[in-house]
Design a protein around this ligand. Structure first.
Ligand SMILES: C[S@@+](CC[C@H](N)C(=O)[O-])C[C@H]1O[C@@H](n2cnc3c(N)ncnc32)[C@H](O)[C@@H]1O
Length: 303
């Protein structure tokens, strides 16, 4: 039986309004997922438009491909990690869009190991064809690095005690992690469980390293007037997006006079992060922590 998973695109109206896709434009969606945002963007760019869709998860990519194949417009699908954008030999684009993190199928599909609510092999990779599963990652990482990952990516207090516990036993399944967290945190365990799984997921996929690479290579792929939008889901991501976009949209200054040497190559299309309305948060609780930031490459910037 083929199970079709669903994912509700987050901040869809806001993305379309701010990114403003136009007839005939080229869109690069580096987190295609199930193609929710891409479907709407594709309809806007029409039959003369081009969509390039990337995802690290081959299964999501295949499902999006089926969904989008019925729409007009040229499409290209790549099973790739956006950390490798600079090496993918991509053309310059009008729109680059990233909707970070995991998709609903990662949580809903039993056996991926993303949720602590079900017992499953502890994998936690977006791309199961590359890298180490969480089981192997936990076996190979040092106690110090594991402590750091739990503290930094899960913002966990008592990370050292949990790291010791995780290194002690066989951690092959999601429930082996749950039991270790319960042993260390006792009655407080339910309140930290999501943080522990978030920390492991971020570490196993090196999500912040991939995001840094995207923030460095992505803006250079924009044509003059091109727009780049990123939706992040936690403060570790948003801080990076905010900082990178601030640097790109700040004019370089003269060292002595402090005067602008020339205008910045990019301008912000969002002064503050855009967040979902109360209605969207209510309708789609997974949108709650979302933050959207958008920049535009100035027409005067080299392309
Ligand atoms: C939030 S979902 C995107 C949902 C999509 N916008 C939609 O509406 O269907 C994020 C997707 O990005 C993928 N992903 C996460 N990190 C990635 C990376 N470094 N490179 C490529 N894809 C990544 C995940 O596999 C997932 O399918």
């Amino acid at each position: 039986m083929v199970v079709v998973f669903k994912h509700t695109p987050v901040l869809l109206d806001e993305v379309v309004t701010l990114i403003d896709p136009k007839e005939g434009e080229t869109v690069l969606d580096v987190t295609l997922g199930l193609g929710g945002h891409a479907e709407t963007l594709l309809k806007k760019i029409g039959a003369r438009g081009v969509l390039i869709g990337l995802d690290a998860d081959a299964k999501n990519l295949a499902q999006a491909q089926v969904r989008l194949s019925v729409l007009p417009g040229r499409k290209e699908f790549r099973h790739a990690n956006f950390r490798d954008l600079a090496q993918l030999d991509l053309p310059k684009v009008d729109i680059l869009f990233a909707d970070l993190g995991l998709s609903s199928p990662h949580v809903d599909e039993p056996g991926r190991g993303f949720t602590f609510r079900e017992d499953a092999p502890l994998d936690l990779r977006f791309d199961r064809s590359r890298g180490l599963s969480a089981v192997l990652w936990l076996q190979r990482i040092s106690l110090d690095d594991l402590t750091r990952a739990l503290r930094e990516f899960g913002e966990l207090k008592d990370a050292r005690r949990l790291a010791r516990k995780l290194k002690e036993g066989e951690m092959n399944t999601t429930f082996s992690i749950v039991r270790a967290v319960e042993a260390v945190f006792g009655w407080k365990a339910p309140s930290v469980m999501a943080q522990v799984f978030q920390a492991l997921r971020i570490a196993v996929n090196d999500e912040l390293g991939a995001l840094d690479a995207l923030l460095s290579s992505g803006p250079t792929l924009l044509k003059s007037g091109g727009r780049m939008g990123v939706i992040s889901y936690h403060s570790l991501e948003d801080r990076r997006v905010k900082q990178a976009f601030r640097v790109l949209t700040t004019a370089p200054k003269h060292a002595d006079t402090g005067q602008d040497l020339h205008p910045a190559d990019y301008s912000p299309l969002t002064r503050k992060a855009v967040v979902p309305s109360d209605e969207e948060q209510h309708r789609n609780p997974r949108s709650r922590s979302a933050k959207l930031r958008v920049i535009m490459r100035r027409t005067s910037a080299l392309s």
